[in-house]
Design a protein around this ligand. Structure first.
Ligand code: FAD
Length: 323
């Protein structure tokens, strides 16, 4: 059995969870194995219908009176107990901080190998997995072999397309009650503070307007905000802009920020450092607006406007407003 950890928002599976399910389903199909899911949180039992569309045959909702808030060790121990009860040999998780954090602990507990950020997985004749995975934020691709009684994998962001399964299943939905000692709650989320929840999440936006050090100050992001709004998109930033305090860290695109895969990325005043580019290489089209024709991002762009963004962006906005 292949057990997939699924994160959800009040019963709606998160996008990266569906991507990792796509990877898990490929493996289940190739191995002739069943695909089953484990989820935490109050409304996990609402996941059944949607996960059925992705080929999941059973959903286990973890129930425990101390698990109302995220606790990585307790989540991992729950997954370990469930995997051992149902003889899951492969366990997958989404390519999120939480997915990696939980599977790392599962790996330590089961003494099992973990491959994060997988791009593709094949099954060798001896049953081992032969995989490609991102290293160094995607600037290196590693070819690796994963073998062992248990195999643990996370999917790289935006590498496995979310598609419904060839045939829909009607998964059984049941409660799983783990036996959890107090010390598993030594680390637990205490409170959750939400930032600005307006707008489209960066990872899901079809249009992203990125601003870097070339924007010059926090106020001039208004021009980028307007451009993003006119195009139905959202604003991102380079780390330089975040370090300057012009944008929140949630806006950062790159190795230590969000990975985006929009239809178009409009990079304004961004030089195109490798750590930035690994975050936006999933964009279908890259338009750079930069004063420097030699900037790395201009060399990599599909289209470039060589000019001052403080002139180019307002002109674009005006043209779009009049369109
Ligand atoms: P700069 O490199 O200073 O480039 C500014 C650009 O703006 C230049 O090309 C300039 O020609 C142009 N410009 C200036 N004025 C104008 C104007 N008026 N109009 C148009 N263009 C103009 N960076 C990230 O972005 N994301 C990450 O996740 C990330 N992770 C990192 C992780 C590590 C471990 C390290 C070491 C670095 C990381 N960095 C990351 C930093 C990265 O190396 C670069 O320093 C950063 O991306 C540079 O940001 P920038 O392009 O905005 O600034």
């Amino acid at each position: 059995m292949i057990l997939a950890l699924v994160e959800h928002d009040e019963g709606a599976p998160e996008e990266l969870s569906l991507e990792s399910l796509a990877m898990a389903r490929e493996l289940a199909t190739a191995e002739g194995d069943s695909l089953e899911a484990v989820a935490f949180g109050d409304e996990a039992d609402a996941l059944g219908d949607e996960l059925g569309e992705h080929g999941v045959e059973a959903v286990y909702c973890v129930a425990h009176d101390r698990l109302e808030r995220y606790a990585p060790d307790a989540w991992a121990e729950s997954v370990v107990q469930l995997a051992s009860e149902h003889e899951a040999e492969t366990i997958t998780a989404p390519g999120t901080d939480r997915g990696r954090e939980v599977l790392a602990r599962v790996g330590a507990s089961l003494d099992a190998p973990l491959a994060t950020n997988c791009l593709a997985v094949d099954i060798a004749d001896d049953g081992a997995y032969e995989l490609r995975r991102n290293r160094w934020g995607g600037s290196l691709i590693e070819h690796a072999r994963l073998d062992g009684e248990h195999k643990l994998l996370t999917a790289a962001e935006h590498e496995f397309p979310i598609e419904p399964a060839a045939s829909t299943t009607e998964p059984s939905v049941s409660t799983f009650e783990p036996d959890l000692e107090d010390d598993l709650f030594a680390v637990q989320v205490d409170r959750v503070e939400s930032g600005d929840e307006e707008g489209i999440p960066l990872g899901e936006a079809r249009v992203v307007v990125g601003g870097g050090r070339g924007v010059g100050n926090a106020e001039d992001y208004d021009q980028l905000e307007e451009l993003a709004e006119l195009l139905g998109g959202t604003v991102g930033a380079s780390r330089a802009a975040v370090n300057e305090g012009w944008r929140p860290h949630d806006d950062q695109v790159g190795q230590t920020g969000a990975k985006i895969s929009p239809d178009i990325y409009i990079a304004c005043g961004i030089s195109g450092a490798v750590q930035h580019m690994v975050g936006c290489k999933g964009a279908d089209t890259l338009l750079a607006i930069n004063t420097d024709p030699e900037a790395a991002i201009v060399q990599k762009a599909d289209w470039a406007v060589i000019g001052d963004l403080h002139e180019v962006v307002p002109e674009l906005n005006e043209a779009l407003r009049d369109a």
